[in-house]
Design a binder for this molecule. Sequence first.
Ligand code: NIG
Ligand code: FE
Length: 410
Amino acid sequence: MLAIVNCRQVVTLRGPARPRARAELREIGIIEDGAVLARDERILATGRYADLKGQIDAGAEIVDGAGGVLLPGFVDAHTHLVFAGNRADEFEQRIEGATYEQIAASGGGIRATVGRTRQAGEQDLLAAARRHARWFVANGTTTVEGKSGYGLDTESELKLLRVIRQLCREGPLEIVPTFLGAHEIPGESTREQYVERVIEEMLPQAAAERLAEYCDVFCEPHIFPVPDARRILLAAKALGLGVRVHADQFTASGAATLAAELRAATADHLEHTDHESMEALAASGVQPVLLPGSVYSLGQRRYPDARAMIEHGLAVVLATDFNPGSSPTASMPMILSLACTQMRMTPAEAVAAATINAAYSLGRGADIGSLEAGKRADFVLYDCTDYREVPYHFGVSLIKGVWIRGRRYI
Ligand code: NIG
Ligand code: FE
């Protein structure tokens, strides 16, 4: 048995077994002077220490929380974690005035990473991804969604999905795999040719090898416009995959409405989404995944309208969008800070969006995302006395301990 005791706050996120919306986003189930008991990778009980101490075995491993705060591990529902190299050069070019779109048009951007990623062997990519996975765990994240999308040919896309599978097997970070072959059009193909290849070759092979749970498309008028995105995502659904969509990041192009039409699990980004599309998302039960790190890192001003989405009853999710171009951070505490200061989400709403709601968006709401009996023993101990300090002390890591499946890694 493992017992974490002497926690000033245990933030449980206990509540109804569904994604949280409206006022529920603020009901995060704080237990003061709390403890958590776990055995065999699972949580046995959470409660006040005074009420639980009689259940602690004589041989239990007891960890003194030292008056800190315990939260569920973050669930990061949108990452591009496997790629070769970095794009620090473009970071500087943007500071000097070039835009993300201009850099992409001149051969940089996603295609620059694709060139490096195609050349890299599976072992090199695995080593790069292991390094990224360590950053996630060090920043309090215990499960991530991981997308392919820097291969853009059948062999390279499958290589990326195999790296994701291998990394997940190695642990401790759990990775939910998403096929994002439709991330960009490779230089050697026309859009039409490439969409055919995604539908006829890549998707069937990824599904046959069970390499992906979800399919995502970068839906923008100049990359994959709505009709192409619809064809790809319908093909994915026919193969049994769930659907996620990069939607309305740079333009309001109807991508969010497409997500609603297809009853996607998520519509991600949504910087330019209007109220009508928000209503469509709400009517279809699609969860918005908001990615303020990419707005921040691209030096843009327009954050998604989280307040309007919450008013529309949407079960919002927050994620890093970790990738080498628009959002090179693996830090969910930083994302929470941006959500609070730039999108006016309260700290409680941000925590719910980054844990229980993110877990539901990945089809894992019954297993992770809250500290409740029977769920996986994934939790993080912070050196503070109030959970609101996590987003408040931006840029400072308060993390003292990270447990995944009941084992300590930090
Ligand atoms: O989510 N929008 C497309 N994909 C990423 C950026 C990827 C890159 O620049 O390498 C995003 O922002
Ligand atoms: Fe993304």
